[in-house]
Design a protein around this ligand. Sequence first.
Ligand SMILES: Nc1ncnc2c1ncn2[C@@H]1O[C@H](COP(=O)(O)OP(=O)(O)OP(=O)(O)O)[C@@H](O)[C@H]1O
Ligand SMILES: [Mg+2]
Length: 253
Amino acid sequence: MIRFALINEKGGSGKTTLNVNLASYFALYKNSKVLIIDMDPQGQSGKSLGFNVRELEHTIYDVLTWEISPSQAIYKTRIENLDLLPSNKRLVNFPYDVKDESDRDIRLRKALKKLKGYDFVFIDSPPSLGVISFNVMTASNKIIIPVSLNYLALDGTAEIMDTVEQLKKTNHLRDISFFMIVPMLYRRTRLANEIINTLEKHFPRLLSRNKISMDVKIDEAQSHGLTIWEYAPRSRGANMMKEIAEEIWERLS
Ligand SMILES: Nc1ncnc2c1ncn2[C@@H]1O[C@H](COP(=O)(O)OP(=O)(O)OP(=O)(O)O)[C@@H](O)[C@H]1O
Ligand SMILES: [Mg+2]
């Protein structure tokens, strides 16, 4: 089971957009059984798939506090082969609930051990650094970093890598690696191109060949609770998403 985590503590870097569209691409076009796990109290992975997450009885919070098993909080989506383990505001309580527990940073990892039957898991993370995002990092085995191209992109990426390395050491984990850095919200400006060059220099192996530019269809799709494949499959946005998804697929094989 490949467990992708999309992390970047910077808000609005495109984590949720990439998460939902990649996961649904693999389910729709790669004959794979896919699960999205939302670890963001904003619940936007669920919202992006048309769920009213406020009203859901079972969420990832109940799983992480050992109330229920993961399979009890998994919902089918409209897309065949794509399931969702949703989140909502209740997840905000999780860091307080487990603050004295020695396994607080690896709860999701433990929970996923009980999960079977998926080819891919895609985990969305919140725009903050702390117990929730630590759980995302330790539960994954391949980390994808979506970066928006501002002058702090390099610094932010290096920070994430530091944090992951520390968590690996503290918890004696060896199966976690960095998989890809994906430039998001790209605009053809001198600054953006300079940042891409810097990322290329520092992380030649990790930087994706393709990048995702702005396309209003991507934003519109999300606001309608639809994936880009459902909302505008022939748009430029869909094409860019497809190229990244195919690049990931290629890298896996
Ligand atoms: N390539 C794109 N073109 C146009 N709009 C985009 C694109 N990528 C993302 N967006 C929009 O930008 C906003 C922020 O993206 P998204 O929610 O994916 O970021 P995030 O990193 O998950 O944010 P947060 O840190 O708050 O969870 C959303 O409204 C999304 O629809
Ligand atoms: Mg998000």
